[in-house]
Design a protein around this ligand. Sequence first.
Ligand code: P71
Length: 457
Amino acid sequence: MSRLPEPYKIKMIEPIRLISREERKHKLIEAGYNPFLLKSEDVYIDLLTDSGTGAMSDRQWSGLMLGDESYAGSRNFYYLKETVQQLTNYQYVIPTHQGRGSEQVLFSQLIKKGQAVLGNMHFDTTKAHIELNGGKPVNLVISEAYDTSNQHPFKGNFDTNKLESYIQQHGEESIAFINVTITCNSAGGQPVSMENIKAVSKIANKYHIPLIFDAARFAENAYFIKMREDGYKDKDIRAIVKEMFAYGDGLTMSGKKDGLVNIGGLIVIKEDEKLFQQCTSTIVPLEGFPTYGGLTGRDMQALAVGLNEVVEIDYLHHRISQVQLLGKLLVSYDIPIQEPIGGHAVFVDAKKLLPHIQPSQFPAHALACELYIESGIRGVEIGSLLFGRDSESRKDGLSKLELLRLTIPRRVYTDNHIQYVGESFGKLSHKRSQITGVHFTYEPTILRHFTARFKPI
Ligand code: P71
């Protein structure tokens, strides 16, 4: 055997059930052909997101019993703070209810109206919070990211030439901060190399622009650096994590991914005391007192334990190799995917798989619907539907990529479930020419993908 199976055994189970094909068809019609609107009990294997869907360990569950539910100064906060300080080498730690809570608080302090935020590729809540604060999100990822068959090992990297020329062209005062998303979710869970982080930080320092990490999947990024980048093979994950963060000034983190919890987030600031003080006063009306930030004491305890578990190498070996397992199965059925395979999900290239469906008829969404009917699996469209219309021309079908994301929750499904997903795609690929696009029967104006309703064409 070339890889070890799950580095854990199962102490508690949650039954899942595959309803019949007829029922699945009926449920999808009821949900307006939008898998977001399905009840989870009607889903057999749920690959909608890896966010907040992971399984906690026995150590985390026992941590819940140690919850100190004091309004101020909970001992769980101090334990979390110490854990995060050790992990990041940053000084100031503020808990939040989840990643977008961190964005709301930190961005309001960093962005002046009209300023740009330069990212490799901003995630959609990040983009929304930049815009809500009067900022302009700019994506400067390398062009290889948009070519799903390009084998570049770090497709989340910044194009540093574009980054520097953007700054020179627009002036450093017009830029609020640089936002490095690790791993780069929107590009397919693609990592950013240490070399690239270093180069971005050099540019940030040269022009006195703060560098902030969107660190939702920081441990998966560190793992890819260890496996793919020269000079890191023998380095411990914790050392790689510390080195990555050493190049930045602060971070936001959704704890629902690599924090291995169902709810929670963090703002962590390296040394800027003034910024920390501003955040601690802003957070009170938004999230709560700065020693709990919208979390219970027990949530903070579970997050601290999760942050220690996620950097364990046996965990990461299995985690990443399980995502690879799914990717390799799909490739064996000739399904085009974003390669190399990313950290938290396999992204199917629906433009290549279903070339007969126009982007404005949402090929990846059509594929998500067919996949559910075929096998009870729920994936999510990351393409023109999510991207939305052009704000001026109202034109649709504009995304550079049409992807179906099969997102693997952490420690939830076994390799057998993954095998089933792969085989379901095998069946689906024979029917690919019969799959048709969809059109709206209801289209909300903002964040339309969550609640829109459709009909097949
Ligand atoms: C994901 C999510 C969760 C999600 C969000 C919106 C629609 C559907 C699913 C959340 C992220 C993320 C990055 C890089 C910040 C957040 C927000 N991702 N940065 O991929 O991936 O964190 O959900 O804790 O607020 O399914 P939050």
